[in-house]
Design a protein around this ligand. Structure first.
Ligand SMILES: [Zn+2]
Length: 609
């Protein structure tokens, strides 16, 4: 079944799906938004009146704490509704002032609500140990035990209530404001490129697609255009990043975190030592990247591989895939694993929970947004009809399925911690990949697919670790040297990226500023290592699935449905795997190396080398 690899198919024959947000609100000016925000604010005030001063006491009972936790969840759920709508609606048109204004309004509302809730976490942390030991064993509190234990571990980093309130109230005019500015700058940047004698203006997503073009000249021009676009925002991007690094430095000092990464590790419920193992093992395996790009250079017939050749398609790989075909492929692959996986994914299409179109002002990239356990998630993407978009669709649907399966948890345990958050998404991609490969008979097509999977895996594992190491050094440098010039960041970026490629390709000066468009380092510091962690973990899980078949399926569903109710070490431990073992992570890297070897074997049979 290689119908999806039809070449030069016109994508204009079908309309890409847009999502239906009316189950949240009817429009940006729906009066219900304001009514809900007012009600939610009142709910928060009532909560504070009812529970403040009653938690961190010697008289606390389990049933009282349970009532407080349930009231807390209810008001968070009410608060997320307008906020989610504003965020989702904004992302499909960031240039619409009304949507931007609503987003800002809901964020300010969120901060206003949060000021009434600050006391709650602080009081949970300050429950006298003897009291906590007595009540936390009560069966009624068992579902909240993980949440409460985690909050109490974070407690040593809390400030006083008044200080926390000031931070909450000012949050939209500090780091978060700069992160939003970065998003707006990138969404509005136009990248000009001359193609076939015409000068075209492209959005960031549109220009990035051209890096995957088969024509080297197009890729070279696209890369030059990206560099020029980033150059025009260089000052503001550098200023934003410096500001965020400085803010984090100050807050970490006030909260007594000894390292820039420490707050992320704690939130991820991972020991620094485990993250260091993942990072080190990946760095020790960077030679896999060089080995692959030397092969790719041969296949492409390019001796001096440049940074813009990284994503060059293999010969004959120019395939366009209609969205309806993408859907079919993903559903079929999921059904092979389990009909339950397929039917859960089908709901997203049938109920219009997906926005896949391309539009002016639409934010780039893809994401899946969970709202609350009693409301379905949404999938956002920019579908350009390439095989990698099918993988992206599988990826985001994987997230969505994870959310649906975890929806029986209470809100405070709904979301998996970051390192587990990529499990279902990556696993979904893996299923689709194997389906694609199994259905191909032509070695040239198989080679192209294996190569694109290798490149995606590199992007998720080694590239994220290279970025993580860049981030670590950037935070450290800002702390030691003060405000940094663009060149300093760019030099760190180049060093960390180049070492991954070894001598297989030269990034070149033009690539030096490309850290400027990486959203994660701005939005969520040190997010990136979770991708590498997640992918390597999934490689191990997938190997287990191949060994165990049917028996694995139910345990996999259990893993996903646990949501955020247990730590990564516990969840993975339940599957009989040990994340503190270097060999476990090396095993994942070995599987990547095997895939590169597969490409090396296929290449001569296709006459590509
Ligand atoms: Zn993801």
């Amino acid at each position: 079944m290689s119908h999806f690899l039809k070449r030069s198919l016109q994508l204009t024959t079908e309309t890409l799906p847009s999502w239906d947000l009316t189950d949240l609100y009817s429009a940006v000016d729906d009066p219900q938004i304001q009514l809900d925000m007012d009600a939610s604010r009142q709910q928060a005030i009532d909560f504070e009146v009812q529970f403040k001063g009653t938690i961190a006491t010697d008289e606390l009972t389990g049933s009282h704490l349970l009532r407080a936790l349930q009231a807390y969840e209810n008001l968070l759920a009410a608060e997320y509704r307008p906020q989610s709508f504003a965020q989702l609606h904004y992302s499909t048109n960031t240039a619409d002032a009304a949507r931007g204004a609503l987003l800002q309004k809901t964020r300010e509302f969120g901060s206003a609500v949060a000021t009434h809730l600050v006391f709650f976490k602080l009081e949970i942390s300050n429950i006298p140990p003897a009291v906590y030991d007595r009540i936390s064993a009560e069966p009624a509190l068992a579902p909240y035990r993980h949440y409460l234990d985690h909050e109490r571990r974070m407690a040593v980093h809390n400030l006083t209530e008044l200080e926390e309130r000031i931070l909450v109230e000012t949050s939209n005019s500090r780091g978060r404001a700069f992160a939003r500015l970065a998003t707006e700058v990138h969404s509005r940047t136009r990248f000009s490129i001359e193609l076939d004698g015409q000068t075209l203006e492209k959005s960031q997503s549109e220009i990035l697609v051209l890096l995957y073009d088969a024509r080297r000249e197009v890729r070279r021009k696209a890369a030059a255009s990206i560099s020029a676009g980033l150059q025009s925002n260089r000052h503001v991007g550098t200023y934003i990043y410096n500001t965020l690094l400085h803010e984090k430095d100050v807050l970490d000092r006030l909260r007594s975190y000894d390292q820039a990464e420490a707050s992320r590790h704690l939130a991820n419920e991972l020991d620094a030592s485990v993250v260091d193992i993942v990072s080190d093992v990946c760095a020790e395996n960077f030679s896999i990247v060089g080995r692959y790009y030397r092969l790719k250079g041969k296949i492409l017939g390019i001796d001096d591989l440049a940074h813009y050749d990284r994503y060059a398609p293999m010969r004959g790989q120019e395939s366009d895939i209609e969205f309806s075909q993408a859907r079919e492929m993903v559903i079929d692959a999921f059904a092979d694993f389990s009909p339950r996986l397929a039917s859960t994914a089908d709901q997203f299409f049938d109920n219009r929970w997906i926005d896949a179109g391309l539009a002016e002002g639409k934010q780039g990239g893809a994401y899946c947004a969970a709202v609350t356990p009693d409301h379905h998630p949404y999938v956002f993407m920019n579908y350009t009809g390439k095989p990698r978009d099918v993988m992206t669709l599988a990826h985001e649907l994987g997230h969505g399925i994870h959310d649906v399966l975890a929806a029986h948890n209470h809100l405070l345990d709904y979301h998996p911690v970051l390192p587990m958050a990529e499990t279902a998404s990556t696993f979904g991609e893996m299923l689709v990949f194997d389906r694609l490969l199994g259905n191909l008979t032509d070695d040239g097509e198989r080679l192209a697919l294996v190569c694109s999977k290798v490149e995606d895996t590199f992007a998720t594992v080694f590239r994220q670790i290279a970025m993580y190491r860049f981030e670590q050094q950037a935070h450290r440098a800002r702390r030691q040297e003060g405000e940094l010039p663009t060149e300093r960041f760019s030099a760190l970026w180049q060093q960390n990226m180049q070492v991954m490629f070894g001598d297989s390709l030269q990034l070149g000066e033009e690539h030096a500023d490309w850290w400027l468009y990486i959203p994660h380092i701005v939005d969520v510091p040190f997010y990136v290592y979770a991708y590498a962690y997640g992918e390597l973990l999934v490689l191990a899980l997938y190997a287990k699935y191949q060994q165990e078949g049917e028996n694995f399926v139910e345990r996999y569903f259990q893993l996903l449905s646990a949501g955020g109710s247990r730590s990564p070490a516990e969840l993975v431990g339940e599957l009989g795997l040990d994340i503190t073992d270097r060999a476990f992570w090396q095993g994942g890297c070995d599987l990547i190396a095997e895939r590169v070897a597969q490409a090396e074997t296929l290449a001569p049979t296709t006459g590509a080398v």
